[in-house]
Design a protein around this ligand. Structure first.
Ligand code: MG
Length: 159
């Protein structure tokens, strides 16, 4: 038995914040505003996982009104969500993602992101897709004011 899930997230890019994507600190002059570390790649993956098991969304599990999640590391949130996935009897087959940002270039960090995320997800590096698109200079992403990510996942019921 298989389940698919889709996730999406967007964060404003602001000065004075670190840019964290896929659990990796990316050198950049702007970072993602947010209650947690603002890791929109992980947040999109979390919503894809929760969606696949119909277990709500990231805002319901980790509300930004809760001081427990202030500056929370999204890798820790992802690990908690994987507990939910496993409690429901599923394992991850693969995850695919698209990061939409005008800058910075993420290619040099794909390996580091896989090194962080794949052990948490319980998948091989070859089972995590990471792709990047610009917004061709259009809209809030194109002007560099925001970064967004789309994610899909396939889960398989454990025997
Ligand atoms: Mg978010």
């Amino acid at each position: 038995m298989y389940r698919i899930g889709i996730g999406y997230d967007l964060h404003r890019l602001v000065p004075g914040r670190k840019l964290v994507l896929g659990g990796v600190d990316i050198p950049f002059h702007l970072g993602a505003a947010g209650h947690s570390d603002g890791d929109c790649l992980i947040h999109a993956v979390i919503d894809a996982l929760l969606g696949a098991v119909a277990a709500g969304d990231i805002g319901g599990h980790f509300p930004d009104t809760d001081p427990r999640w202030k500056d929370a590391r999204s890798t820790d949130l992802l690990a908690r969500v994987m507990e939910i996935v496993r409690e429901k009897g599923f394992e991850v087959v693969n995850v695919d993602t698209v990061v939409v940002a005008e800058a910075p270039r993420l290619g040099p960090y794909h390996g580091a992101i896989r090194d962080v995320l794949c052990p948490i997800l319980g998948i091989a590096p070859s089972d995590l897709g990471i792709k990047a698109k610009t917004a061709e200079g259009l809209g809030v992403i194109g002007e560099g004011s925001a970064i967004a990510c789309h994610a899909v996942t396939l889960l398989r019921k454990c025997a």
